[in-house]
Design a protein around this ligand. Structure first.
Ligand SMILES: NC(=O)c1ccc[n+]([C@@H]2O[C@H](COP(=O)([O-])OP(=O)(O)OC[C@H]3O[C@@H](n4cnc5c(N)ncnc54)[C@H](O)[C@@H]3O)[C@@H](O)[C@H]2O)c1
Length: 397
């Protein structure tokens, strides 16, 4: 087996940068049996791909993603493009015998997600892997919460309370692809609820049985057309045209859920929660204890030990930076030398390379089967909002 595995990245935007950094730094921070080779970058002809490739260390660049997929030097195709491209690119790569790691949500529609899941099943028989960038699983605090639940520390789970609140989607934000239904599939829902649905499934190890009570709203229906540039997610500060266009996605979507083992849950995703910039939060209450996490303080995990005598109970703030106890951190810095957003991507690259070498990931990697389950929940919530009715997961194939 070649020691180096060639990476081909499609997309040179926000995630293109995050993934480039991760593929580069994984070789330095982790001592792995296989290394990542940053072989080819594919992007849009409107972008300065030569400059991007130079900055981030890609050996070649192209505007033809098909040629990247067929290139012999590429073993893993990394899809970091808008959601409507995920199916075509990922399926083509899997059919070419490549492993794939695709951005979330798996797709804009359940139909596309199902086709991707089916392609991944076929490719798996030939040894290819298909993963999804649910990067928050690899925050050490989240991975540790998963381990705590698995070891029975929380006991029976009663409640899951998850929110993903951002505030960049106000009227000043232009009509980026994220607001166009045909390109994004949905708005805050697919973008943000996808993350917290995955996180809830990952930490509890449980699956949804029903979704109900969903409401969605589009507050800002008309936005100015962008003309390039501006900040990574929102395009703020970039050029604008005078013309406006219609937003065809939700700005927020809230729903309730039930899990198979009996827990009840609430989820809220919005781009208009002024004062909350990346508040990806989850609290889980069990019979023996509770955990809570907020990405804005990503190095910490809140822990409540309900087995203590009542007078001694209280929330502990666990600094998840102990290399002996907390996943991944031993590969970075000494205790309480904090890590950031980018490390979750690097840690995910390390687990993919570990699996490519026949080893187990530190905590489970989200694959297309897994992301398809999350997509079913997304779909059920949209149906619940439209039909104003509960949707049993058995109704969503
Ligand atoms: N995991 C996370 O936390 C996270 C965060 C942000 C975005 N995302 C996801 O990542 C994906 C990309 O989002 P982004 O924020 O990087 O968007 P972006 O707009 O910043 O970048 C998209 C990139 O795709 C390129 N592209 C579009 N069509 C292409 C084509 N046909 N061929 C080659 N390149 C093409 C664009 O030129 C651009 O470089 C989306 O699926 C999004 O939901 C995930």
């Amino acid at each position: 087996m070649a020691k180096e595995i060639g990476i081909g990245l499609i997309g040179a935007g926000f995630m293109g940068r995050a993934h480039s950094n991760a593929w580069d730094s994984v070789n330095q921070f982790f001592d792995l049996p296989r290394h990542a080779g940053m072989n080819i970058l594919a992007g849009h002809h409107s972008e300065d791909l030569a400059a991007f490739a130079r900055t981030w260390g890609w050996k070649q660049h192209t505007t033809d993603w098909h040629s990247l997929i067929s290139d012999e030097s590429v073993g893993i195709v990394d899809v970091a493009t808008p959601n409507n491209f995920h199916r075509e690119m990922a399926v083509a790569a899997l059919q070419a015998g490549k492993s794939v790691v695709c951005e979330k949500p798996l797709a804009g529609t359940l139909e596309d997600a199902r086709a991707m899941r089916d392609a991944a099943r076929k490719a798996k028989r030939k040894g290819a892997n298909a993963w999804v960038w649910f990067n928050y699983r690899r925050c050490p605090a989240v991975a540790f919460a998963h381990q705590l639940v698995k070891s029975g520390k929380l006991g029976r789970i009663y409640h899951v309370r998850a929110q993903y609140l951002q505030d960049w989607g106000g009227p000043e934000t232009p009509l980026l692809w994220r607001f166009i239904g045909k390109e994004a599939g949905s708005g805050a829902h697919g973008d943000l609820n996808a993350h917290i649905i995955d996180m809830a499934r990952f930490i509890t190890g449980d699956e949804f049985s029903e979704v109900s009570g969903a409401i969605q709203e589009t507050f800002i229906t008309e936005r100015t057309l962008p003309d390039g540039g501006g900040s990574a997610i929102s395009g703020k500060g970039g050029a604008r045209r005078k013309k406006t266009g219609r937003s065809t996605v939700d700005d927020c979507l809230l729903f309730l859920g039930r899990f198979k083992k009996g827990a009840v849950a609430s989820f809220e995703a919005t781009r208009l929660a002024t004062g909350n910039q990346n508040a990806n939060r989850i609290e889980i209450n069990g019979e023996k204890g509770s955990i809570r996490f907020d990405f804005e303080r990503m190095n910490e995990l809140g822990w409540w030990d309900h087995t203590l005598e009542p007078g001694l109970r209280g929330w502990s703030r666990i600094m998840c930076t102990d290399g002996e106890a907390h996943p991944y951190v031993a590969n970075y810095w000494p205790a309480a030398h904090l890590i950031g957003y980018e490390h979750c991507f690097t840690s995910m690259c390390s687990d993919m390379l570990r699996v490519a070498a026949g080893r187990k990931p530190v905590v489970p990697l989200p694959d297309f089967e897994d992301a398809y389950q999350t997509q079913r929940v997304l779909h059920a919530a949209v149906r619940s909002a439209k039909e104003r009715a509960p949707i049993r997961m058995s109704q969503v194939k």
